[in-house]
Design a protein around this ligand. Structure first.
Ligand SMILES: [Zn+2]
Length: 106
């Protein structure tokens, strides 16, 4: 049985229902914990912060987890302040450039 995740795109105001595989849970230090997805309607990369309870729910729903490490953050030169949801997108772009083994994160 598959959990459906309802999300809202701030870019085009679409309400979407996604499979867990279409969402990525990002877990990292401080405010880096969140989830992201690509909007089907406008192709926007959307990232939201997630509190620990929501992160747990997403994890149990089978959402893949991307661990954001300090290493990955320092690889992005222009960011010194605490991470906001929009900055998570920057990090994920940087991380997408490398093959991050997600299997060992479960
Ligand atoms: Zn959209």
């Amino acid at each position: 049985m598959t959990t459906i995740i309802r999300v809202h795109c701030p870019g085009c105001s679409a309400d979407l229902t996604l499979d867990p595989g279409e969402v990525l849970l990002t877990v990292g230090p401080g405010d880096a914990t969140g989830y992201r997805f690509i909007c089907r309607q406008c192709q926007a990369r959307v990232a939201y912060p997630a509190n620990p309870r929501l992160a747990l729910i997403l994890r149990h729903a089978g959402v893949p987890i991307l661990q954001i490490t300090d290493e990955a953050i320092t690889a992005v030169p222009n960011v010194a302040d605490p991470i906001s949801a929009s900055e998570v997108l920057v990090f994920s772009d940087a991380i997408d450039a490398t093959d991050t083994p997600q299997d060992e994160l479960t």
